[in-house]
Ligand binder design. Sequence first.
Ligand code: ZN
Length: 139
Amino acid sequence: MKSYRKELWFNIPSRRGFVNITAQVEECLRASGIREGLCLVNAMHITASVFINDDESGLHKDYDRWLEELAPHEPINQYMHNQTGEDNADAHLKRQIMGREVVVAVTNGELDFGTWEQIFYGEFDGRRRKRVLVKIIGE
Ligand code: ZN
């Protein structure tokens, strides 16, 4: 069995944002040489997500509005976590909803997506360098 590991780095210039990372994951798959197996992609930070959905800008604005309704950033003092001196309790909650990781089947050297599926990095506490892990196993 072959195994491949790579860290992708991101520095989102705003507090929140979504980035389509499908092409970068496909580049990892090409580099791995793996034709049949599984590809795991996970955020390595507890205030960021990796998820699969449609690459449609209206949907991304809907996510942002929905997540702000569920866990508004302000007022900061509404969260017990922020009593530690942090201001990112909302980002932890948003990450929990949007998820930590995705696993995609690798078939015949390609990511075996359903229709319209794309992989996204979701940032909820940006303006600093953060990592995503890509791990691919198979043969
Ligand atoms: Zn925190």
